[in-house]
Design a protein around this ligand. Sequence first.
Ligand SMILES: [Cu+2]
Length: 134
Amino acid sequence: MKLHIPLLSTVLIVALASGSDVMGYYSGDTTVGTAVTTIKGTLNATVGPGFTITLKRTSGVAVTSLKAGTWRFVVDDKSVNHNFHLTGPGSVNKATTVSQIRKITWTVTLKPGTYTYKCDPHATSMKKTFKVIA
Ligand SMILES: [Cu+2]
């Protein structure tokens, strides 16, 4: 039980620093023995309805650099003409379906390197990257 107090403090500090709701961190934590996975934060991904694709922090600031670890991606695919497709290190390859309007949450573990998010049918113009640092 003594271990839980410092762990909880760390989670709270991370939650407050990122400005996200604290409850989300508790629901995202899984404890099995001594293994603890902490969700670093929530990111909002959107594509459509126009020719726009974005990835933002909950503060509204566009993501350009993230700390390595496990992040929650809330993906809002607002168009039947576009999709949101995330690829990068660690064999990350997650995508929504072009023909569907859908909101879905992904839990993704990011490793150091460069990740790309794009709309597959319009990958020339609707394509961005962000860096993940250790
Ligand atoms: Cu598109």
